[in-house]
Design a protein around this ligand. Structure first.
Ligand SMILES: [Fe+2]
Ligand SMILES: [Fe+2]
Length: 344
């Protein structure tokens, strides 16, 4: 028999995919100094830390940086994926479906899928923020749509599709009601940094959610956590599937990231860098400064993607912590943390 069977098509396609993937994936630290900012039609400058346009394709989330100059208001747009923002510098606002949220450094915002949004800088200096979005995973499902609204007032732009109320106990009506549930509810959009409370963890750090369902955000699974490392200390060694990143807000340190638990590769980091854990590797982050706290923002979309993967591969364990490392983790509950001093 001649011709190609479905088995051969799949087998070669999957092999090609993984081979390409392994060649292009990026482990380690993306340095702030490597990021080039480009003028965009949105009247903002953007640079890519992780994502297709930066030559570093990803599967679940992307990571970009944006700058908006004083007095500038961006165009409005919306997309079928959601995104989170972390403010690095400056002050300004973001309007989400016409509601204005004023932000300062270290605030976080959630931009829900299909919400019209634009940014404004009414401060005296350039504002800078990171964005982390679910575009790659939405694109992998063939559902990624980016829509421009230009300078059109939000009232004149199309609204989101509205689900119809259906009565009855048949599967169609039940599905319609299940999908409509919570659709109208607005989750938390803005987390002012002043509102969060950092708590010591058993892993030698203190942390607080900036974006998460537990504080009222309704995301596709995207989360942000502020993690602070005490001077000279480290988090415990662990591993999980990739696309878990840490944006370095302040501090200097290094990360061990390798297939092996010991004698593997280490990567140095400083302010503005992005630590990239991109697949199932052992990793541990160290604050190398003997005097100063290191402040990092951890992002991933484990609340959806990793949960899905764990459900699909159970009993394969996808989250492992090195027991020796956990047992020897420093107790930081009584540590006298230096106060958070945000840029003005
Ligand atoms: Fe956007
Ligand atoms: Fe991790």
């Amino acid at each position: 028999m001649t011709g190609t069977t479905h088995y051969q098509v799949q087998k070669s396609r999957r092999a090609r995919f993984m081979e390409e993937w392994r060649q292009r994936r990026r482990t380690g630290v993306v340095k702030a100094s490597e990021i080039r900012l480009h003028e965009t039609s949105r009247r903002m400058r953007s640079g890519v830390y992780m994502g297709a346009e930066g030559g570093a394709p990803t599967r679940t989330l992307d990571g970009l940086v944006h700058e908006i100059d004083p007095g500038v208001i961006s165009t409005i747009h919306r997309h079928s994926w959601d995104a989170t923002m972390f403010i690095v510098a400056g002050s300004g606002w973001t309007e989400v479906d016409g509601v204005r949220h004023r932000w300062k450094p270290w605030d976080a915002l959630h931009l829900p899928a299909w919400a019209w949004h634009r940014h404004g800088n009414e401060g005296m200096k350039t504002a800078r923020f990171m964005s982390f979005s679910s575009e790659p995973v939405v694109e992998s499902l063939g559902l990624a749509v980016l829509e421009q609204g230009g300078d059109e007032p939000v009232e004149r732009l199309p609204t989101r599709p509205q689900p119809a109320e259906l009565e009855g106990d048949d599967p169609y009506a039940r599905r319609a009601r299940r999908l409509a549930e919570g659709l109208g509810e607005k989750g938390r959009i803005h987390t002012p940094y002043d509102d969060i409370e950092l708590r010591a963890t058993p892993r030698g750090t203190r942390t607080a959610f900036l974006i998460d369902q537990s504080i009222g955000n309704r995301t596709s699974g995207l989360t942000q956590v502020m993690i602070q490392f005490a001077p000279g200390l480290a988090q415990t060694m662990h591993r999980h599937p990739g696309e878990a990143w840490l944006y370095v807000v302040e501090g200097h340190g290094h990360s061990y990231i390798d297939r092996e638990l010991t004698a593997g590769r280490e990567y140095e980091w400083g302010p503005g860098d992005l630590i990239v854990v991109d697949h199932f590797l052992w990793h541990q982050h160290f604050n190398d400064d003997p005097d100063r706290t290191a402040r990092l923002v951890r992002v991933h979309m484990f609340a959806s993607m990793l949960d899905t993967m764990r459900a699909l591969v159970d009993p394969l364990e996808l989250f492992e912590e090195d027991p020796d490392s956990l047992a020897s983790a420093p107790d930081v509950s009584g540590f006298d943390w230096s106060p958070d001093e945000r840029p003005s």
